[in-house]
Write a protein that binds this ligand. Sequence first.
Ligand SMILES: NC(=O)c1ccc[n+]([C@@H]2O[C@H](COP(=O)([O-])OP(=O)(O)OC[C@H]3O[C@@H](n4cnc5c(N)ncnc54)[C@H](OP(=O)(O)O)[C@@H]3O)[C@@H](O)[C@H]2O)c1
Length: 252
Amino acid sequence: MEKKWALITGCNRGIGEKILEKFAREGYCVYAHARKHTEAFEEKLARLRVEYDTDVVSVCFDLTDSTAMEEKMRELIRNKAKIDVLVNNAGIMHQNLFQLTEMQTIREVFDVNLFAMMELTQWVLKLMLRKKAGSIVNISSVGGLDLNRGMCAYGVSKAAVAAFTRTLADEAALYGIRVNAVAPGFVNTEMAEIFKEQREDKPAKGSAGGLRRFAEPEEIADAVYYLASEQASYISGQILRVDGGARNFKEL
Ligand SMILES: NC(=O)c1ccc[n+]([C@@H]2O[C@H](COP(=O)([O-])OP(=O)(O)OC[C@H]3O[C@@H](n4cnc5c(N)ncnc54)[C@H](OP(=O)(O)O)[C@@H]3O)[C@@H](O)[C@H]2O)c1
């Protein structure tokens, strides 16, 4: 059987690292993206190759560097790369009130969370459209669905990710390509450290609404894998909340 390939962004840590592990464990070959090419990252990929007997190849560039992205993607296309699944995971967070947030910061957040995602997706679609097949999973956030105070940069960028997901799903469906998003609540990674500190004064409420805990990154990886897989072959244009049942981000 022909091997399936996934390109996953931001694999060196956090949720992306667990998404990478999940896909490798399930037998996927992976183009593992990271901003920096480090020895530690290559060692990690080598361990995965041995453990799961699959191909795991590093693809390194800063997502906001269009030239570097173009170079890498052209190389993959030249080498007849096959990409069955794209997971747009990498992102940055910024929290502050709107009037205290500089426009430059808002632009930086949108550059990574939305524009780089769109740019990479255009490159990958060149390959998927030829095959008339593929599955794309974007990482949004409940912060982008419930939109509370302090989230004018991050939350609004993640709302745009959800809107992009639904719009692209409609266009890509003509070619048999599915596009979905996962919208996590708080997840135990470096990104959410700041929220843990903010919640220490609210022990009665616990660390989150619903299940009253942060998600582990593996729990987000499972949802991403499900949406990408054939198990979800009739699901497209959906934004899947993975928030432990907290119906509103303000409850968290
Ligand atoms: N953690 C949460 O509570 C939570 C909740 C909802 C949604 N999310 C979303 O889930 C995704 C993963 O978050 P996380 O918690 O795993 O965050 P994280 O631990 O901070 O990891 C972020 C990843 O994105 C990469 N990245 C950021 N900017 C980049 C750039 N310009 N070029 C290339 N790579 C870049 C980082 O690379 P470096 O190591 O080089 O910085 C890192 O690999 C993000 O989209 C985030 O918004 C997270």
